[in-house]
Design a protein. Structure first.
Length: 158
């Protein structure tokens, strides 16, 4: 619970505390509902797409899948920003960031760039994944700097 939430929580009467769900539990509930909803919509979309494909009208489906792929992967670049900000603000050496995970994301994007250029000849797809690779590299670099700073601060305290 955040400090302001805790302060608000403490001002509630005991009867209202029993009826009110703490913010942290509320967020978890929203996350679960969003995840279930996303899975359900994905399953429905997959079913509709399979039906269209099996009926022989696959050109429309191919266009939709391509457009969705490009849109989502273009917007994904923005999804890296909160991770970068969190790592940059962390005072414990960006301890919540995994080098292994982000390095794997980086390698995945680099291989997708190679695939887009070599097999597909698609410069747009390659440039989108280049942006994703740069964002991964930025997260790794920020984490590296924060961990070096944290280690230097620990050594100064000794």
């Amino acid at each position: 619970m955040t400090k302001t939430t805790a302060t608000y929580w403490n001002t509630l009467s005991p009867e209202n505390r029993e009826r009110r769900v703490p913010e942290s539990e509320y967020r978890v509930g929203i996350g679960r509902i969003s995840g279930i909803l996303a899975l359900a919509l994905s399953a429905i979309a997959l079913g509709i797409g399979a039906k269209i494909y099996l009926n022989g009208n696959d050109e429309w489906l191919r266009s939709i899948v391509f457009g969705a792929f490009m849109l989502v992967n273009s917007l994904r670049i923005l999804a890296y920003v909160p991770q970068m900000l969190t790592a940059a603000k962390d005072v414990n050496g960006a301890s919540g960031i995994s080098y292994t995970t982000w390095a794997l994301f980086l390698v995945s994007h680099l291989t997708t760039i190679a695939y887009a250029i070599v097999y597909l000849g698609d410069a747009v797809m390659a440039s989108i994944f280049f942006g994703n690779a740069l964002a991964c590299l930025a997260v790794i670099a920020i984490t590296f700097v924060k961990r070096r700073q944290y280690a230097a601060n620990l050594l100064q305290r000794l």
